[in-house]
Write a protein that binds this ligand. Structure first.
Ligand code: TMP
Length: 210
């Protein structure tokens, strides 16, 4: 059974490959809600708690020693993050905006079938799902070009082009599995154009949740 947290709260997640613009759009969404007087919590995975920061550095700087450990470390990060940050904020009636969540695991830990990852995600989260998820859709080459200006690339980002193509393909399957919750935002446009598309859905989420 899917768990939900009180009617006054809203849990929104931001997904996509690195360079898709999700972190910029999360900031825009925070400003959108704050301007309307809502209390917003901005957070991210991995790394939204103290233990999560250690896990983030292990996962993204050193790299996990094997694929099973990698997926379990993301689950540990999620379990702590959910209980320490996400649920308390939702119970306090706040709007939680989270950079990556369950769908990142489904897309990136692609060595495993959805059924296994669904069970692990369910174990980590107790079945809590976002009210709304944005998937910022861009071609791989655009993301690569945007990332060229960055000085630092993590262990997962620096995997092969073939792996990243498979991540993109998995993300689209993830979107198809839950079209009610996950909104695909075409993101090969200017920041303002993407924000406009996103804000349409944000308005809708206020109307249906508050
Ligand atoms: P980011 O914080 O810069 O988006 O980077 C996080 C990296 O971790 C990114 O390459 C995606 C990866 N990741 C997974 O592989 N599985 C997960 O469950 C999560 C949350 C992130």
């Amino acid at each position: 059974m899917e768990k939900k947290v009180g009617p006054n709260s809203l849990f929104i997640t931001f997904e996509g490959i690195d360079g898709c613009g999700k972190s910029t759009q999360l900031l825009k969404a925070a400003r959108f809600f704050e301007d309307l007087g809502y209390e917003v919590v901005q957070t991210k995975e991995p790394g939204g708690t103290m233990i999560g920061k250690h896990l983030r550095s292990l996962l993204l700087e050193e790299g996990a020693k094997n694929q099973r450990s990698e997926v379990l470390m993301f689950m540990l990060d999620r379990s702590e993050h959910l209980r320490q940050v996400i649920v308390p904020a939702l119970e306090a009636g706040k709007i939680v905006l989270c950079d990556r969540f369950i769908d990142s695991t489904l897309a990136y830990q692609l060595e495993y079938p959805f059924e296994i990852l669904d069970s692990l995600n369910h174990f980590a989260t107790g079945g809590l799902k976002p009210n709304l998820t944005f998937y910022f859709d861009i071609p791989l080459q655009t993301a690569i070009n945007r990332r060229k200006n960055r000085t630092h690339t993590d262990q997962i980002e620096s995997r092969s082009i073939e792996y990243m193509e498979n991540v993109l393909a998995r993300y689209l399957k993830v979107c198809m599995r839950d079209p009610e919750r996950i909104k695909i935002i075409p993101s090969n446009h200017s920041i303002d154009q993407v924000t406009k598309l996103m804000e349409g859905h944000l308005r809708g989420s206020i109307e249906s949740n508050f």
